[in-house]
Design a protein around this ligand. Structure first.
Ligand SMILES: Cc1cc2nc3c(=O)[nH]c(=O)nc-3n(C[C@H](O)[C@H](O)[C@H](O)COP(=O)(O)OP(=O)(O)OC[C@H]3O[C@@H](n4cnc5c(N)ncnc54)[C@H](O)[C@@H]3O)c2cc1C
Length: 392
């Protein structure tokens, strides 16, 4: 009997992690990615708790630590760049606004791709056009490549996955009302090793983060009731961002200047809260299934642990449908905890008035003085199963 075949759609974090485990176990793995290359955009992401344990089991922890962004902590600053409240990086598997494992998203994606590619066939620049599950397998049509049949299909296309609608109809994302523009800009002498964050009035924020590749990662955040900014084309988006942040001081003019040419990734933050993660032989994974948003500090941890659990359950069940069911049973309680944001978040960090900002700064000063810990997300709230596949 031939090895089972699987199609994974999406080559960022969750998709390649799943491809690694299944390819290593001898499955015939195909990964299809809409973009014509691995995507490099984005900023620092952190891997915590159970996610870090998955990295260890993949033999990747050392390589990931070697690619650390060198970020040493978070400083909330005022318009002169003076610290208002400071929080050092975490010193264990799970704590800190800056976690102990902090890596550029693009670099982690590259490491996972390189680790998985000996056992997986990557197809860039294509995507699923149609899926037909007849109970014994899934016939897949692609936009470009020839149609093929697989034993199972996993959609790991991120929060705004379009293929997901083939399973869930028009199930809506839970919008958080927060937009973030992530840019990569030239590093200057004023940039240091901390994540510097200017909270402004009118629900805006600007931040700068160091990276380990000689550039600086800048962001513009806006909390707004307006919907659809993420659907603007780049020229229109740049116009909106320049108008919205025109009066903001500190390093903001430098970021606005870079908007024309800098690598830019813009997203509307939201959470995926769906009643089920699979239908027949087709399942959702990572942000496409259960995005908790960057605010949770656990998006990548959930992607890595979900991929590990899904692979373990698929390998442990002859029928992929049974594996999908067990994967959801194991992961859902963890996801539900991760999706519980602190009360008032994200709006709490995006005050409307100067007065509200002053009150927020006071709270941050108190928090920094009391325990010095910015965040301790529930990254260990999953008892990671010990699957046979991890034996090296
Ligand atoms: C370019 C980019 C930058 C990011 N930057 C940050 C950041 O700065 N901070 C942060 O906290 N999180 C960021 N994220 C999100 C973060 O990677 C995820 O929250 C988390 O790691 C879970 O990853 P995922 O693999 O489930 O989904 P994602 O990382 O969202 O990856 C989804 C992948 O699927 C691909 N895709 C989408 N639609 C299709 C389709 N129809 N067919 C085939 N492929 C498709 C996408 O191009 C992407 O490669 C970013 C994601 C991306 C894609």
């Amino acid at each position: 009997m031939s090895n089972p075949s699987i199609l994974v759609s999406g080559a960022s974090i969750a998709g390649p992690a799943l491809a690694y485990w299944l390819g290593r176990a001898g499955w015939e793995v195909t990964v299809v990615e809409r973009f014509d290359r691995l995507r490099d955009e984005g900023q620092n992401i952190d891997v915590r708790g159970a996610g870090r344990e998955v990295l260890r089991r993949m033999g990747l922890e050392e390589a990931v630590l070697a690619a650390h962004t060198r970020e040493t902590g978070m400083d909330f600053v005022d318009e002169q760049g003076q610290p208002v409240a400071s929080f050092p990086a975490g010193t264990d598997d799970s704590s800190g606004g800056t976690a102990e494992v902090e890596i550029l998203r693009g670099r982690l994606g590259e490491l996972l791709h390189d680790l998985s590619s000996p056992g997986a066939d990557y197809r860039f620049g294509d995507q699923i056009a149609a899926l037909h599950d007849d109970g014994h397998g899934v016939d897949v049509e692609f936009h470009h490549g020839p149609a093929r049949r697989f034993d199972a299909v996993v959609i790991a296309e991120g929060l705004r996955s379009r293929t997901r609608s083939l399973l869930l109809g028009d199930a809506a994302v839970h919008e958080l009302g927060l937009y973030v523009a992530y840019l990569t800009i030239p590093r200057t002498d004023t940039d240091d090793t901390s994540w510097r964050w200017l909270i402004c009035d009118r629900s805006r924020a600007v931040w700068l983060r160091p990276d380990n590749v000689g550039t600086t990662r800048a962001s513009l955040g806006l909390h707004s009731a307006v919907r659809g900014l993420d659907r603007l084309d780049r020229a229109a988006l740049v116009t909106v961002l320049r108008a919205t942040f025109a009066d903001v001081g500190w390093e903001t003019p430098r970021i606005l200047d870079a908007l024309d040419d800098a690598p830019l990734y813009f997203e509307a933050l939201g959470q995926a809260r769906f009643p089920r993660w699979s239908q027949g032989r087709i399942a959702l994974l990572g942000d496409a299934a259960y995005c908790a948003s960057p605010i949770s500090g656990l998006g990548t941890t959930l992607a890595l642990t979900g991929a590990y659990v899904l692979a373990g359950e698929l390998l442990g069940h002859a029928d992929p449908r049974a594996g999908f069911t067990r994967y959801e049973e194991l992961m859902r309680p963890f996801v539900e905890q991760a999706q519980q944001l602190a009360p008032g978040h994200p709006g709490e960090l995006y005050p409307d008035t100067e007065q509200q900002r002053a009150e927020l700064w006071d709270r941050l000063r108190t928090q920094a003085a009391q325990d010095g810990d910015w965040a301790h997300p529930p990254a260990e709230a999953l008892d990671l199963p010990d699957y046979a596949m991890t034996a090296r």
